[in-house]
Design a protein around this ligand. Structure first.
Ligand code: AP5
Length: 215
């Protein structure tokens, strides 16, 4: 099973991908997470990507497609893939077809999370993650059960992304509208798109995606 989660910044792609990993043993392939790891490790890719990400613009198609190919090779052929934040341009969509075909995989579903953009700014500026295990939280919508202690690993350090400020979020949304939304018709023409209300409670969204995966 290979699925794409598509939606603007803050639509819930990462949240849902983490839940599907736990439920179905699939692997989350988040180009955002891969790029942030590269920035942290100060690799050549990270040095190129850092300023672009801080502005909220898109990193080059070649870089992200290469990262996806490497990650798929590392995870082996029998594990299902959840593409989170990739593809984001028509060129990336075309690359993904070639990357999957070369590995004997095919795309099963493109799940579009429909959301109200005004609500997304609140979602994004309020979110943070455990610095140890990466579990996501939100100031209003999802707090740890014990204040200051991660539910998953017991960690007590939390962090926020440098691109989660309102100005950068607006640029990221504009990039989504201009470059990512136009790839949806390509997948609609192949009858791959399923639309889900991303404004529904998180558990409902997970249930709907799970139903699609189970067929
Ligand atoms: P990336 O890391 O992919 O960020 P993004 O697409 O902007 O998406 P986000 O991670 O912000 O949102 P999300 O949809 O995962 O929402 P989340 O689940 O966290 O990319 C960052 C940057 O890297 C890009 O700007 C670009 O520069 C670069 N990049 C990455 N991929 C690239 C590519 N392919 N090509 C070129 N450049 C690339 O949810 C948000 C919050 O809302 C959370 O706090 C969550 O708890 C809450 N929430 C989620 N669902 C719900 C719900 N149903 N109800 C209430 N709250 C909810």
């Amino acid at each position: 099973m290979n699925i794409i989660l598509l939606g603007p910044p803050g639509a819930g792609k990462g949240t849902q991908a983490q839940r599907l990993v736990e439920r179905f043993g699939m692997r989350q392939l988040s180009t955002g997470d891969m790029l942030r790891a590269a920035v942290k490790a100060q690799t050549a890719v990270g040095l190129q990507a850092k300023a672009v990400m801080e502005r909220g613009e898109l990193v080059s198609d070649e870089i992200v497609s290469a990262l996806i190919g490497e990650e798929l090779d590392a995870m082996g052929p029998s594990v299902g893939a959840i593409f989170d934040g990739y593809p984001r341009t028509a060129a990336q969509a075309e690359s993904l077809d070639g990357i999957l075909a070369a590995r004997g995989r095919q795309l099963d579903h493109v799940i579009e999370l429909g959301v109200d953009e005004d609500a997304l700014v609140e979602r994004i500026t309020g979110r943070y993650t455990c610095a140890t295990c990466g579990k996501g939280y939100h100031d209003t919508f999802e707090q740890p059960k014990v204040a200051g202690v991660c539910d998953k690993c017991g960690g007590t350090e939390f962090k926020r992304r440098p691109d989660d400020n309102e100005a950068t979020v607006r640029t990221r949304m504009a990039e989504y509208r201009a470059k990512t939304a136009p790839i949806l018709p390509l997948y609609e023409a192949r009858d791959l798109v399923k639309q889900i209300d991303g404004m529904a409670p998180m558990d409902d969204v997970t249930g709907k995606i799970a139903a699609i995966i189970k067929g």
